[in-house]
Structure formats: structure tokens, C-alpha cells
Write a protein of this length. Structure first.
Length: 169
């Protein structure tokens, strides 16, 4: 369990088997983790300093199948050994400063794992040991923004990601 690397690659709709899924965010409107990140910097800092690639404490997230519209919940899967990098890749995630919702918490998910809240205009650094990465961001209520960022990580590489209510170049 300690060495498990979370992944969303291979996650399938239990009804039709499609991998074409939309992340909806947390199950329920105001989950514990989001509330924690919302009220206390300490929890967010703790989450950020731990390796996001490790499957520490994960909760099921809600998904909708784009093929058959089936809604379901699932925790992330464990990445198969061939998808685990020999050295982690570093991700720099920047929440681009914005007037809209400036004070609201936004929570970054990497491969279905909560990586903590990011303040308006702030940058956090994450690491991934998974080759196939999926990132999405939820608002303060745990609802995912529609934009999803998928990328292939290389061992020892660096990836810069910018987000302004959607992933931007
Ligand atoms: Zn389906």
C-alpha cells in the first residue's frame, strides 16, 4: 500500500466499459477534505509537502461516463509496474491570478489524489511517479471544473501547468 502509485488510466465505466469519463469531483457537496483545505492552511500544507504520487489517503471521486452517461464513484487505481517511473517527474502547478472567485479555495487532484488547496495566484510543486497523469481542479464545493489535463511524464522531467478555471497554455 505504501508504494502504490495512484492512476486514473484504465478506469472504466462499470456499465459500458468506456474509458471516456468526465470527473465530477467529490461525492457530496462539501466533503471533509475540502472543508479542511478551506478552513486551515495547515492541512493544505501537509498535503502539499507529501508526495502526491503516493496513495496516502484517497477518497472515491464521482465520474460520469461520456458514452452512456452512467454516474459512478471510484477511488483511483494502482498504476501497473510498467507505468511507474524510475525517478519522479516534478509538476509546477500555477493557479493564474483572477478576480473571479479570487478568495475561493481550489483543490488540485493528481490522478484522483487530493493534493491540497491552491490560493489565487499561487504555485505549488508536486511530484508524480506515474507515467500517465490526469489532473483536474475542484472549486470550494468539491465540484470539478470541466477542464482535465492529461500528460505523459518522463523520469526526472519537469512539467509546468497553468490553470485559470481551465488549463491554459
Ligand atoms: Zn458508460
Amino acid at each position: 500500500m505504501m508504494d502504490t502509485v495512484a492512476t486514473l488510466k484504465g478506469l472504466r465505466c462499470p456499465q459500458c466499459g468506456s474509458e471516456d469519463l468526465d470527473a465530477k469531483g467529490k461525492a457530496g457537496s462539501m466533503g471533509k477534505e475540502v472543508a479542511g483545505a478551506f478552513f486551515g492552511g495547515a492541512i493544505a500544507n501537509l498535503a502539499m509537502s507529501s508526495s502526491a504520487s503516493k496513495n496516502t489517503e484517497t477518497v472515491p471521486l464521482a465520474y460520469v461516463c461520456r458514452s452512456c452517461k452512467h454516474k459512478f464513484q471510484s477511488p483511483p487505481l494502482a498504476a501497473p509496474q510498467e507505468d511507474v517511473l524510475s525517478a519522479p517527474c516534478t509538476i509546477s502547478f500555477t493557479r493564474v491570478s483572477s478576480f473571479v472567485g479570487a478568495l475561493a479555495a481550489q483543490v488540485v487532484y493528481l490522478n484522483g489524489v487530493n493534493c491540497g488547496a491552491v490560493k489565487n495566484g499561487a504555485t505549488i510543486t508536486l511530484q508524480t511517479s506515474n507515467r500517465w497523469n490526469t489532473m483536474f481542479v475542484t472549486d470550494q464545493y468539491g465540484v470539478a471544473f470541466k477542464s482535465v489535463y492529461r500528460f505523459e511524464a518522463v523520469p526526472g522531467g519537469t512539467v509546468a501547468v497553468r490553470f485559470k478555471r481551465k488549463f491554459v497554455e
